[in-house]
Design a protein around this ligand. Structure first.
Ligand code: BEZ
Length: 396
């Protein structure tokens, strides 16, 4: 398996997109043309490892399906979105208008996803969101042609409040990257925490993707809360964990968060991560045949450990395979394809998975604790968690 995508490959995809913009729109023909899957993912910057794991897990799942979906050979077209919302309209257009992909997948960054939504709702491109947790995707901007195989940020942050309160921590500081995902994550945590009788002493937004945390850590030390709730992910999360421990805070003020804080970064963070408690819809230690099989296969294919990002990529292809088999690969049968996806089920490495009415996953959320450099599963924070789907007409 080849990763990461080289810069040259990404540029080649971009110029190919420009050239093919002149061609007529693709349509499914009886000849069973290749099925074009677009990947709008970060292959550079702080979220690069997330984009690479999603991509490689999608390719792993595809190889289990002999690289065919609904009888059609897969053609991948990848664009490095650089986790940059300002570049998102051009990047989405490269794939949707230029490459005329049959199905668009990605992105990681919620801000990129918000820009993407405007285009795919208009173009009616079948889109599978493989990470970004922004609420509006399956809330106020929900759309029949958009599905999400990852999570909404409410699902991963709200349950953390209950876990913290159960541990007897009543006064919390929140700290997060200040863009849509971090803001919504903080808001979901605040909702649960204050409802349960907790008090938020201070909220500290940090510009994305800044990793200069020192001044904020000094402030936290002086505020002396019972605990801290944070959202950081990828390389930035590893840096935060190490800084928090180096500031001597880990023993004094317990650290909590949605599971992105520790996901995929335990190697880089090292012993500093021990003791962090998080909530997430996946844990590498889940003791199920599906998870063991997946983790072994991913390790064999990439020489890396799988994580929650890889799980979403893997499930995306298996769910698409089921739906596309039902319509015999005919992506122009839009209504039937959407209905087939709505009915798709998978015994995911994360546990049972099905789409809810708004096309967001209904899935278990686990409580996890880092111990001895490993993520232990302490139990369920929420069984079959659905999303509140704020403002989605499809929810009624
Ligand atoms: C987001 O922007 O939605 C996101 C990024 C990284 C991890 C989790 C969520």
């Amino acid at each position: 398996m080849r990763t990461p995508l080289s810069r040259r490959a990404v540029l080649a995809a971009a110029s190919a997109a420009a050239a093919s913009a002149m061609l007529p729109r693709r349509s499914f023909a009886a000849t069973k043309a290749k099925i074009k899957i677009g990947l709008l993912l970060p292959y550079s910057g702080t979220y690069a490892s997330l984009g690479n794991n999603i991509t490689d897990a999608m390719k792993l799942a595809a190889s289990e399906k002999k690289n065919r979906l609904g009888g059609r050979e897969i053609e991948w077209v990848a664009v490095d979105d650089e986790s940059d919302p300002a570049k998102a309209p051009a990047n989405v257009n490269k794939l949707v208008v230029g490459e005329k992909v049959d199905i668009l997948t990605g992105p990681v960054h919620s801000g990129v996803a918000m820009a993407m939504m405007q285009i795919v709702r208009q173009e009616k491109t079948l889109t599978i969101v493989t990470n970004a947790g922004a609420q509006p995707i399956t809330g106020s901007l929900c759309s029949p042609n958009v599905f999400r195989t990852s999570f909404s940020n409410w699902q991963t942050s709200y349950p953390c409040a209950g876990v913290m309160l159960k541990d007897g921590r009543k006064k919390a500081v929140g700290m997060f990257w200040n863009y849509s995902f971090g803001q919504e994550s903080m808001s979901a945590f605040r909702e649960g925490f204050t409802k349960g009788g907790g008090t938020i002493v201070k909220e500290i937004p940090v510009p994305f993707p800044t990793t200069e945390f020192q001044a904020n850590l000094s402030e936290i030390a002086s505020l002396k809360p019972d605990a801290v709730f944070v959202f950081f992910a990828g390389a930035g999360a590893a840096k935060f964990i190490k800084d928090y421990a180096a500031a001597g805070l880990m023993e004094k003020i317990p650290l909590y968060g949605s599971g992105f804080l520790t996901e995929g970064v335990l190697g880089a963070a090292g012993p500093a991560a021990n003791g962090i408690k998080t909530t997430l819809h996946y844990a590498d230690a889940l003791d199920t045949p599906a998870n063991k099989k997946f983790r072994e296969a991913f390790k064999k294919a990439t020489s890396r450990e799988a994580d929650v990002y890889a799980v979403a990529g893997y499930d995306t292809i298996h769910l698409l395979a089921q739906a596309l088999d039902k319509v015999k690969g005919d992506t122009s049968a839009e209504k039937d394809l959407i209905a087939a996806l709505e009915a798709a089920r998978t015994e995911s490495p994360r546990g049972p998975f099905r789409f809810g009415k708004t096309h967001n996953p209904i899935q278990n959320v686990y409580v996890r604790l880092v111990k001895g450099g490993r993520e232990e599963v302490l139990g369920l924070a929420q069984k079959e968690a659905d999303d509140p789907a704020f403002g989605c007409a499809m929810a009624t």
